[in-house]
Ligand binder design. Sequence first.
Ligand code: G6P
Length: 372
Amino acid sequence: AAAEKGGFGTFMEKEIHDQPKAVEDTLLGRTDASGRLVLDELRIDPEELKGISKIIVLACGTSAYAGMVAKYAIEHWVRVPVEVELSHEFRYRDPIIDDSTLIVSLSQSGETMDTLMAVRYAKEQGARTLAICNTNGSTIPRESDAVLYTHAGPEIAVASTKAFLAQITASYLLGLYMAQLRGKLFQGEIEDILADLHKIPGKIQEVLDGGDQIRELAREMAQEPSVLFLGRHVGYPVAMEGALKLKEIAYIHAEGFAAGELKHGPIALIDQGQPVFVVVPSPHGRDSLHAKVVSNIQEVRARGARTITVAEAGDGDVVDYSETVFYVPETQPLLMPLLTTVPLQIFACALAAEKGYDVDQPRNLAKSVTVE
Ligand code: G6P
């Protein structure tokens, strides 16, 4: 069993460390010699993809957070509206679907019943269905018109880690491919983004190499009853994913918020010593998002919060207001989730281990939920 875990104590640790390869393998072989994206495997007529007027992403759990990340990128690159919906909510609300709707399901297992039922429903309504899935030949891709596999390798730990990064990677490839087909980005822009995606595995490795700092904090915080996570733009789903990891394996009350929503309610929760993780946008990003999030850090700190920030290397603005800073290497703002998620995974994993919990098999949860 030790060998299966690649020398790590748990599958989750191993899978966190598999992430550079999960992203690399998901990118592999999907460009031709001239640098153009080739996704022939999709089995969907490029003409049909050109005519898509709306995308609806369907998923549950961690996969749904990957979908939220994908929405930011796909709308920005492709200029097609993207909705993200939890599979189990979708078909009970009379959603608007027609034959120009593309359903993109995200599922690690390909067997999640809620997602399968939502895909079937959308198909009956005439939508095109595309599965982004990590399990070859599983039910959801078999029942979909098209499939784009993530190549994260088998994920054993119940709490998803490498499948999440692979899902983001694959949905970014889909977005770039659609942008290429529809002429929404210049070929050079697509190549630049792809080149930066190819640099992500090495950068994830850098984050992994700095893991001791995160594990030390986790040990120190093992007795905390509640932890909050804030993020904005693509950092918002990352904050929710960071909170979900803590709930799932460390059984700690945790919530992720959009940083801009703080003043509309959650700030009332802050009192002396409350730990708050903040996923800080890139200082090179658009508009003034970075400055706004830095002022959110100041606001919670002024009310007694213990602030832990995940920021881009070289971001000096957060230092004065952070008890602890975890730096991740610089990349394009839209690619940041592939790096900022990693410290949050390491944190939850180390904290659960410190509490003596079964990290790979948390109570009450199943790896794949095959009932509605
Ligand atoms: C279960 C797992 C989660 C996972 C979710 C969706 O609840 O415990 O880790 O994110 O299902 O699974 P899927 O296989 O569809 O991605």
